[in-house]
Design a protein around this ligand. Sequence first.
Ligand code: OFO
Length: 166
Amino acid sequence: MLSKTIQEALNNQVLMEAQSSQAYLAMASWADIQPGLKGVSQFFFKHSDEERMHMLKLINFINERGGFAMIPALEQPILTFPSLKKAFEELLGHEIKVSESINAIVDLSLQEKDYATLNFLQWYVNEQIEEERLARECNDKLELIGDDKSGLYLFDRDIITMGNDK
Ligand code: OFO
């Protein structure tokens, strides 16, 4: 059975994952209408789906452990970006916040000796390592590419397979 505190923290994580999914969906739609960013758009659509899966996993766990997963209202995410670099900076910043939030719940479950939640969260801890790595890699590449159009062409082509090794 989940304590009230852990349940609240996990429900807050449901919100964060839903916000991530929505934020990346907005990035996907924005990229979709930019010239030459079809690959990036697909990447964001896929990423948005993954965040929804992260949210569903939490919902199942909360309900399975005798809690109640509450589906949150969402704010409108950022819709447009001054550059692709800015969109990826936003993505990295977002993932760092998600990691911090996961770590805080890990801490809480340790304090409360809730080993089931602690064990459940290990998947998210590992996932965040991968998500941050991927976001940093994209930011580094875009930094190198700068305004080079052929570099951007290759980035858009290659991004589809980035992160497939996880
Ligand atoms: Fe759910 O991993 Fe990104 O936010």
